[in-house]
Design a protein around this ligand. Sequence first.
Ligand SMILES: NC(=O)c1ccc[n+]([C@@H]2O[C@H](COP(=O)([O-])OP(=O)(O)OC[C@H]3O[C@@H](n4cnc5c(N)ncnc54)[C@H](O)[C@@H]3O)[C@@H](O)[C@H]2O)c1
Length: 460
Amino acid sequence: MRITMVGTGYVGLVTGTCFSNTGNDVTCLDVDRDKIEKLNRGQSPIYEPGLDELIRRNHKAGRLTFTTDQRRAYETAEVVCICVGTPSDERGQADLRYVLSAAADIGKAMEAAPGPTGGTIDERRAKIIIVKSTVPVGTNARVREAIAAETGKKFSMASNPEFLKEGAAINDFNKPDRVVIGVAEKGTGDRLRDLYEPFVRQGNPIFVMDIPSAEMVKYASNAMLATKISFINEIANLCEVYGADVDEVRRGMCSDRRIGNQFLYPGLGYGGSCFPKDVLAVISMGEQANRPAKLLASVHEVNQRQRLEFIGKIEEHFNGELKGKRIAVWGIAFKPGTDDIREAPSVTLMEHLVSEGALVSAYDAVAEQRCRALLSDSIEYADSAVEAVKGADALVICTDWDEFKYPDFDLIHEKMAAPVVFDGRNIYRLELMREHGFTYYSVGRSPVREASGRQVPAGG
Ligand SMILES: NC(=O)c1ccc[n+]([C@@H]2O[C@H](COP(=O)([O-])OP(=O)(O)OC[C@H]3O[C@@H](n4cnc5c(N)ncnc54)[C@H](O)[C@@H]3O)[C@@H](O)[C@H]2O)c1
């Protein structure tokens, strides 16, 4: 199929590249010239494991091209996937301006292209406009109207929400747990089934349903995952107060198969470009329909509070006096495997530390550039995890990148001015930290307050 991806970001670039890899002819369109120039030079604008190689291979084979030229992108495409951003607006609603502006562009390009206007729709041939962006129920209908306002040409609409996870995006897209397709006409569903068939060879389902249900599946899924995170964080906070260990609680609880063990890790709360905005969008959908989404309002509140609770631990340790304190931060990305820092807990935390007069030295092997663009020179950037902790009064772990999981603890201890660790991801065992002589704060577990087990050399 000839496919155009509108928006060459985390979703458009990954899904477009994977579609080209199964033999489709894919054009990735973006309004961001720098991004497209970079891609045409063979460089990926985002960090996603395995993506560079796939882009290079398919670009070289001529199946994957990048452009800012709308006419070229839209004219001959059989399928157009809208993958532009849908950030929260100031009221928490999904901001649809990029989606609707892309829809108007598509309509104009269709109108300018040769071909008959009007008549009945031929489901086997009509251009299919897919909304892949995460959008509130009813948005496909608005996109249809926005396109139809610009052209009399016939087209089909489909909702095809994307479930890939940054950091594992290629595998997720190539081997999805499920594919969800919302359509109004059966023929459109059949054509999209064919497009996805190569990705579900192992028998995972393709669900074809009505458009509003498909739109809702995505929000319901993300809202559920966010709920699990806030749930375990709430339990973790209670564990701290009542002297329980959330790791033990988690183990005991998750062995119940009805509960399962996925997505129940306590920490700094969820961040990233999806969960925060999608939870807010569902809350807002509830408000607009006068059906308040009370559970999700709490999920959001618990998540916001989680960062503040953690900051509170740091402040308490320093008796509220952060001015002049040197704080190392390991991990900036909102999760490992990506350079995405949108809504990252690390950013809230670092901004707070800086506002209180602390000196922050951060290290993240892939997210540094994005952080520089956001926080400029308000913090220092280290070239390695060890360099970040030199002379630090405390280390804060914000992202559980593999390289932080088993560092040379003695070296870290030696380099720090004070061996204090605030672990927002619970990556170390309490005993281990005790043995290595750290004061150690984590989430939902008792703090290790003193360097009791360590053999401190005389005079040291
Ligand atoms: N990032 C994820 O992990 C993920 C996963 C599933 C679903 N989603 C959803 O997919 C959508 C896209 O997310 P993303 O993270 O890829 O966004 P992104 O910000 O990385 O990319 C969006 C791109 O669209 C471009 N764009 C905006 N308007 C345009 C237009 N009129 N024409 C062409 N290009 C245009 C922007 O320049 C940008 O490059 C969102 O709705 C998001 O919720 C994201």
